[in-house]
Design a protein around this ligand. Structure first.
Ligand code: NIG
Ligand code: FE
Length: 410
């Protein structure tokens, strides 16, 4: 494969500890699937033999990373959207057997092929916005075969599309109806049957759990985490979304890659994340859709220099959002992140939340060549605009997924 040399670009490399790390009049050389060299357009004159792509001043960022999604599921929950508008809360709907369980019924009823077909428009929307890595969770099967079915769909999406898919096992997402009143027995099933079976099929990159009054307790999560750790799998957790259960402190104490949601995390507890390099994954889509008013402890996260990631949380209930660009805007507007923090949240910090920051998430020599060419010159425009997709070209692992339409010349 010939090398590709991008010239006359504005690079938002997202390297270093803060900001965009912008380089003007820049050039970037891709060989095979990696970034081989970065420098100025002037210095690049001496490089021979590469296919030159003149970016005419356009912005290049790392490929975007959606580090928290429930993208594979059956059916929809538009009816619950209406119920919530009439005053029902997310918790009330869940307690009455709706919520996650209504998606469990639809997901169990769907074949693998049907789930795949339903996931396609969602994933294609994310791909069109320059997403090159996505995490997809199970959690609507809630038995061994249905959880495996969901993870197989996630795996297939990664084979069908030029995209890295990270598969997260979320068997402990809700209590399935057949275990009603027997949560500890279900956790035993998760630990002894479901998780080991999914892992044995190579379908698990990380293990997640929903710690909440309508989910599972910290003690139950500890049992799942002990098994996951024994299998060598990294940990993640949905915590402090609706109430403070102490889940984030426990998960960080076990070196979880990330704690996600965290609206109800106490500022005093944020230091626990710093001690363990745990990423705070903020999900403004769920905050918006559930009309939450409790903000995550952003100032404390900044003070303790906790990496903040943001993600769509794409799911049929709390966040039917399939646009990572919209999430950039929501993170700034609702959570008051700066546009640079928001962009770090879908690039380098999202890579950290998946344990992939050595491979992707920034434009640095040696990393996988995952990048997006945008028809803009200032990175803040990505978060500022709503409903405009300025993605002009996408390269994933050194291959053009969407070739740059203009300005390409050899
Ligand atoms: O991240 N909080 C739990 N899980 C999902 C919602 C799943 C659903 O409502 O279907 C979330 O918000
Ligand atoms: Fe989620």
């Amino acid at each position: 494969m010939p090398q590709t040399l991008f010239i006359n670009a504005r690079l938002a490399t997202l390297s270093g500890d803060s900001g965009y790390a912008l380089i003007d009049d820049a050039a970037l050389l891709v060989g095979d699937d990696k970034i081989e060299w970065l420098g100025s357009t002037e210095e690049a004159r001496s490089i021979a033999g590469a296919e030159r792509v003149d970016c005419t001043g356009r912005l290049i960022t790392p490929g975007l990373i959606d580090c928290h999604t429930h993208l594979v599921y059956g059916g929809d929950r538009a009816d619950e959207f209406e119920l919530r508008l009439e005053g029902a809360s997310y918790q009330e709907i869940a307690q009455q057997g709706g919520g996650i369980l209504s998606t469990v019924h639809a997901t169990r009823a769907a074949t693998e092929a049907e789930l795949l077909v339903q996931a396609i428009p969602r994933i294609e929307q994310l791909l069109a916005e320059g997403v090159t890595t996505i995490e997809i969770k199970s959690g609507y099967g809630l038995d061994r075969d249905n959880e495996i079915k969901m993870l197989r769909v996630a795996q297939r999406l990664g084979k069908i599309y030029p995209l890295r898919v990270q598969k997260t096992f979320l068997g402990a997402h809700a209590l399935p109806p057949e275990f009603e009143g027997r949560a500890d027995d279900y956790i035993k099933e998760v630990c002894e049957s479901m998780l080991p079976a999914a892992q044995a099929q190579g379908l698990v990159d990380a293990v997640d759990i929903f710690i909440e009054s309508i989910g599972f307790s910290v003690a139950q999560a500890e049992r799942v985490f002990a098994v996951a750790t024994g299998l060598g799998l990294p940990l993640k957790a949905h915590v402090e979304q609706l109430s403070d259960q102490g889940g984030a402190v426990m998960a960080a104490g076990r070196s979880a890659l990330s704690v996600d949601h965290i609206e109800y995390l106490q500022a005093n507890d944020v230091a626990h994340l710093a001690a363990n390099n745990t990423v705070a994954v903020l999900l403004p889509g769920a905050f918006y859709v559930l009309r939450e008013t409790q903000l995550p402890p952003i100032e404390a996260l900044r003070r303790h220099q906790i990496p903040m990631a943001i993600a769509t949380d794409a799911n049929p209930g709390s966040s039917p959002v399939n646009s990572l660009l919209l999430i950039l805007n929501m993170a700034c507007t609702l959570f008051r992140l700066t546009p640079a923090e928001a962009l770090r949240g879908v690039t380098i910090n999202a890579a950290k939340a998946l344990g992939l920051d050595k491979q992707t998430g920034s434009l640095e020599v040696g990393k996988q060549a995952d990048l997006v060419v945008w028809d803009i010159d200032r990175p803040s425009q990505l978060a500022y605009q709503i409903g405009i997709n300025s993605c002009a070209g996408v390269m994933q692992a050194g291959n053009w997924r969407k070739p740059l339409a203009t300005g390409a010349a050899t």
